[in-house]
Design a protein around this ligand. Structure first.
Ligand code: PAF
Length: 284
């Protein structure tokens, strides 16, 4: 696997592959890779001849009081893992390469409405940071396809909306969440959990499953607000503090209405030092 730090070198390699008629799939990451990331690379191989992964802890998507400094950085292990799934190239830019003028004076991409909901309400500016860096990385790599995990369901919808709104020509491949045996969705931030908290954390997914069952039992008669309060109580009993639990339209992520058929339950909760997110699509 070749590791490339600057844009010029990356473009030279991409151009050479293009001249050979090869297609390119892209897997953007922030590193501290786990099985979820590796499943993205494995999926990427099915869609193109060459797979490029990137590792860049994007300062623009972290708020002032968030965990950018403590965000786990494990480059050597990440490189080994990427080699184990036959990644062809790792793009490893520095912040100065991506934001030569810093993040404040940089042009940005804002996907309206959807970016302000859910995680966007708790983390103002987060999705502007995500959309901007993903747009920049797409412009640098110019992939045919890019793979994203459905664990970050809202992120995936923000990126799909950006692609549609800006007529970008990258095909987005959603890849299913990889879970621990306990049901806990794999995430780099799970590393913040103590051993004891790790046994509690699966309650988040269990609560989403319970909510989904309630919706299947009787959507027409259900009071969503009451259901969400009960779900939040379940989390509290286990020691998780709800950030939000919302039952939404699967695409717009606006609050679902009673006759919606394609929905998704989105949730975020705090446990110790970790903020966990998870989701469960519900098709009625
Ligand atoms: O999902 C992530 O790891 C990040 O948000 C992404 C898409 C790599 C952008 O920084």
């Amino acid at each position: 696997m070749k590791t490339v730090e600057n844009i010029k070198e990356l473009r030279t390699q991409v151009k050479s592959w293009r001249m050979q008629g090869l297609t390119i799939a892209f897997v953007p990451t922030m590193g501290n890779l786990h099985q979820g990331h590796l499943s993205l690379v494995k999926a990427a191989h099915k869609y193109a001849d060459k797979v490029i992964a990137s590792i860049f802890v994007n300062p623009m998507q972290f708020g002032a009081n968030e965990d950018i400094d403590s965000y786990p950085r494990t480059l050597e292990q990440d490189q080994e893992q990427l080699v184990s799934v036959n990644t062809d190239l790792l793009f490893l830019p520095t912040p100065a390469t991506i934001y030569p003028k810093g993040t404040d004076d940089n042009a940005y991409v804002e996907v309206p409405n959807i970016s302000a909901l859910h995680c966007g309400a708790s983390r103002p500016g987060h999705f502007r940071g995500v959309a901007t860096v993903v747009c920049k990385l797409f412009n640098i790599v110019q992939p045919d396809v890019a793979c994203f995990g459905t664990k970050d369901y809202q992120q995936l919808q923000v990126i799909k909306t950006m692609i549609e709104d800006l007529s970008m020509s990258v095909d987005i491949v959603p890849v299913e969440t990889i879970r621990e045996e306990s049901g806990l969705a794999m995430s780099s931030r799970n590393g913040y959990l103590t051993a004891k908290e790790k046994t509690t954390a699966p309650v988040l997914y269990q609560t989403l499953q319970w909510l989904s069952e309630q919706l299947h039992k009787g959507q027409q008669t259900i009071d969503f607000t009451a259901l969400i309060t009960q779900a939040s109580d379940r989390l509290a009993q286990a020691g998780l503090k709800t950030d939000y639990i919302n039952i939404c339209h699967a695409k717009t992520l606006e609050t679902a209405v009673l006759d919606d058929k394609e929905m998704v339950i989105l949730a975020a909760a705090y446990l110790g030092k970790a903020r966990l997110i998870d989701n469960l699509p519900v098709s009625l």
